[in-house]
Write a protein that binds this ligand. Structure first.
Ligand code: PLP
Length: 465
């Protein structure tokens, strides 16, 4: 059975189900597996997506959940997707492919992990006769995916923080039009990083953490990363059938591309992993300079990547340091305190040998969307365009297929698509009348005290004192 340890080294080692419920470790670190499984050699392109995903993910939960129940949850999860291939591939020629990850209920790749996470949570809480309050910060897509995965579940409440005015109207409405007694939307007067800091502060406050039974479904939750490894395995099997592939991944919090890297360590023959950023390019700068340095977040056409502190990067630092949690903690403490720290050159050497990085600004993003429309008659969203452009620019050679992860449906970012192409991307039917439905959210200042009233202590709910 795989157990999990914290990147900060001061939290107990836990089995999968406890990691699922905890999200962040009590020492402020992120959980990582003590060991990695090897991909089952029977996995191939003839399997359905759900079969393949269950096979890839199973070793991470083995011993904590029964196989039959797990397989049912996986198959139920991917039955929510409206394409029979779940993560269909589109051949753009010259060995470049798009892997469309937006066929789930909220039109972005986050549904892949969140829909499974919601089911895993409900299952485990049922077994424990327990309940939790999921608190999360979102730059847009995590929030809607989490809310759709958790709304009306009996054992979970959701409190979702988004930066006021910094998510697209469709993204906001996908969250705020959900009318469910267990869902609270809060618009914070600040940035996404402020929202993320508030969530960390809530977890750091023991009365809240324990009293309100806080849980997290942010991309810091290991279950998210784990679930995402499956579509890399699926795409590689279908494009190259066991041969080498490269991936380009539109990146913000580093959760998606990190899943690709874990898949590589599990044996997937990945030649190049390209981290694609917009003008908020902290990751490109780390790769180039070896220095973590915070800059202000600048709103861009790809808002789900408008991030300056990529929380999942901590997992990579931990792995690159061979699990030196003290050095990782010192580095991150220094970064927190001063906004700057130098990554150990030996860690950087390893990281650079595994990742390439490219930055794509708004103008180039629009150009790329326009080019794809002209050449293929196809509309792509601005995040996917960043991935495609960076992938084409950073690709080392044309002999290995390049798979670009299509992270959002173009209709989710209609304004950018219209600006680039003059076309109006139609909203898929499954989304409903978002623009006509009433919204439910409160605007709050950027302070922990402002969210306290929304996190009722369980003792008050149970009336048990
Ligand atoms: C969340 C998101 C990203 C960034 O993914 P990370 O895992 O945070 O790096 C990119 N594109 C879209 C559309 C997203 O929703």
């Amino acid at each position: 059975m795989i157990t999990y340890r914290s990147t900060r080294g001061r939290a107990p080692e836990l089995p999968f189900t406890d990691v699922l419920l905890a999200g962040l470790a009590v020492d402020g670190g992120l959980y990582v597996p003590m060991s990695l499984p090897t991909l089952n050699p029977t996995i191939d392109a003839s399997m359905s997506y759900a079969e393949l995903a269950a096979e890839v993910i199973w070793p991470f939960v083995d011993g904590a959940i029964e196989r039959g129940a797990f397989d049912d949850m996986v198959s139920d999860t991917y039955a929510q997707f409206d394409d029979p291939d779940v993560a269909p591939l589109i051949d753009l020629g010259e060995g470049v492919w798009l892997c469309d990850l937006f066929h789930g209920p909220t039109l972005a790749f986050k549904d892949f992990a969140m829909q499974l996470l919601g089911r895993l949570l409900d299952f485990e809480l049922g077994r424990r006769s327990d309940r939790v309050t999921v608190i999360g910060a979102t730059s847009g897509d995590t929030g809607s995916a989490a809310i759709r995965a958790l709304a009306d579940r009996e054992r979970v409440s959701v409190v979702m923080l988004h930066p006021e005015g910094r998510v697209s109207e469709v993204q906001r409405r996908q969250m705020t039009t959900v009318d469910s007694p267990n869902v609270t939307n809060l618009a914070v007067q600040g940035t996404f990083d402020d929202c993320q800091d508030l969530v960390k502060a809530a977890f750091g406050d023991m009365e809240l953490r324990v009293g309100a039974k806080l849980a997290a479904v942010n991309s810091i939750n290991w279950a998210r990363v784990m679930a995402q490894t499956a579509y890399y395995v699926s795409a590689a099997a279908r494009v190259a059938g066991g041969g080498p592939v490269s991936f380009s991944v539109p990146t913000g919090n580093f959760g998606n591309v990190l899943a690709a890297w874990y898949a590589k360590r599990m044996g997937l023959p990945i030649q190049q992993l390209i981290v694609a950023s917009n003008r908020n390019d902290v990751l490109t700068r780390v790769m180039a300079t070896g220095a973590l340095s915070a800059e202000d977040v600048v709103p861009s056409l790809s808002p789900s990547m408008d991030i300056q502190v990529s929380s999942n990067f901590e997992r990579l630092l931990f792995e690159a340091s061979d699990g030196d949690s003290e050095a990782v903690t010192a580095l991150l403490d220094e970064f927190r305190a001063s906004g700057h720290s130098e990554v150990d050159p030996r860690w950087m050497e390893r990281i650079r040998s595994e990742f390439d990085a490219g930055r794509v600004d708004d103008e180039e993003t629009l150009e790329e969307m326009g080019r794809v429309h002209r050449e293929y008659g196809m509309l792509i969203d601005p995040h996917t365009a960043v991935g495609l452009r960076a992938g084409r620019e950073q690709r080392a050679g044309t002999d290995v297929p390049l798979i670009v992860m299509g992270t959002a449906h173009p209709a989710k970012f209609g304004d950018a698509v219209r600006a680039a192409t003059g076309e109006n991307p139609p909203m898929p039917d499954r989304v409903g009348d978002l623009m006509d439905m009433p919204e439910h959210f409160d605007v709050i200042p950027n302070s922990l005290d402002a969210i306290r009233p929304y996190l009722p202590l369980q003792s008050e709910i149970d009336g048990s004192g």
